[in-house]
Design a protein. Structure first.
Length: 367
């Protein structure tokens, strides 16, 4: 088949230039004719003032953001942390008067948390919300905040994290080329089981699923049970097939994954309150400072305000999930003060491994 492809590098040069220029010349001619028509009509019917405006035009100036930044979130769009990320993006757009735009990528679109942290360190991702366990691999001192029964309740945890101690942890992230913006809530974790559990003694000999964490496995052993590090997506099947006797998580996860169907007994022991962190990369903060020296402080303020929004959203989600589970028929056991003291005493040996942070632990407990 004969090719119709034409090239400017073959044949007479003058002819090729003429063929390329002809459409452009015709286009310009049509534009002139349009303008002449405008002049004739406007000059005839609208007067000299309107006629002066004909033909006056200017190229529209670009009014979009001067800097577009990326935010990584591994939860779906309706999740509290993602909603807070979107609120952060809106706040940034508002406070920078549209000069900075933050685009939120939810559902793990930019990679798993470990990958996201690495990308942030060289400036590939600008903002993210990450779990404490991932950051603790780089900053071991953060492991203190994962100790079981560290706090008596949620208000104490927020006094710690929103105060001097929390600020010290956020500042320490600079060694990783990261900027800590704020603390997010990730709920309180409790046990749920196939058979009813009411006391510490009832846990003896049970096989309980935990996160892929040596610290959590040690906690289960100290409580007298056997830990099983089952992949999260397999927990339902493991409970259904009696491969494990129970697991531990927060109310929203318990509801969302349907674990209540195969483990309808919920022991509200509240053994772990582990927060999460909203981060910025140092590279992003430098770009913001170059654009406007006020912007890094604006980002920090937006980070704190969006964190408060996340905590409200999480509290609502948690209360809704618990209410739904109780209505469904889940049997909930709340530990008495005496029984909770037994749980605390059982895991106290774990604190011995943090002798270097003993003063920090004391400050947390006294907050």
């Amino acid at each position: 088949m004969k090719s119709n492809t034409k090239t400017l590098t073959e044949g007479p040069l003058a002819k090729q230039i003429f063929l390329v220029s002809l459409p452009l010349a015709l286009s310009n001619l049509l534009q002139v004719l349009f303008n002449m028509s405008d002049v004739a009509v406007v000059g005839r019917f609208a007067g000299s003032t309107a006629l002066g405006a004909v033909g006056c035009s200017k190229t529209e100036e670009y009014t979009g953001p001067e800097l577009i930044l990326r935010y990584a979130e591994n939860q779906p769009e309706d999740y509290p942390t993602t909603q807070a990320a979107l609120a952060f993006a809106d706040l940034v757009a508002e406070r920078t008067e549209g000069r900075v735009k933050v685009v939120v990528y939810s559902g793990g679109e930019l990679g798993a948390e470990q990958s996201v942290i690495e990308q942030m360190q060289y400036g590939g991702i600008d903002f993210a919300r990450v779990s404490l366990s991932q950051l603790a691999e780089y900053q071991p001192a953060l492991s203190v905040l994962q100790l079981p029964f560290l706090y008596t309740d949620a208000p104490q945890m927020w006094r710690v994290l929103d105060g001097e101690i929390g600020d010290e942890f956020l500042s320490g992230l600079g060694a990783m080329d990261l900027v800590g913006l704020s603390w997010f809530d990730a709920g309180v974790r409790s046990f749920y089981t196939r058979e009813k559990v009411e006391t510490l003694a009832d846990l003896a000999g049970l096989t309980l699923r935990v996160q892929e964490s040596d610290m959590m496995s040690e906690m289960i052993l100290d409580l007298g049970a056997e830990p099983a590090q089952v992949v999260y997506s397999r927990v339902y099947a493991a409970l259904h097939n009696a491969e494990i006797d129970g697991a531990e998580n927060n109310w929203p996860s318990y509801e969302a994954m349907g674990h209540y169907e195969v483990a309808p007994y919920f022991l509200k022991d509240e053994h772990a309150r582990v927060p999460e962190l909203q981060l910025a990369s140092e590279a992003a903060m430098e770009k913001l400072a170059e654009l406007d020296e006020r912007f890094p402080d604006i980002i920090r303020t937006c980070g704190k305000e969006s964190a408060l929004a996340e905590r409200r959203l999480w509290a609502e989600r948690e209360a809704s999930a618990e209410k739904h589970m109780r209505e469904w028929g889940v049997e909930v056991t709340t530990l008495s003060a005496v029984e909770k003291a037994r749980f605390r005493a059982a895991v106290e040996p774990m604190y011995a491994a943090f002798e270097e942070q003993s003063r920090l632990i004391q400050r947390i407990r006294e907050a």
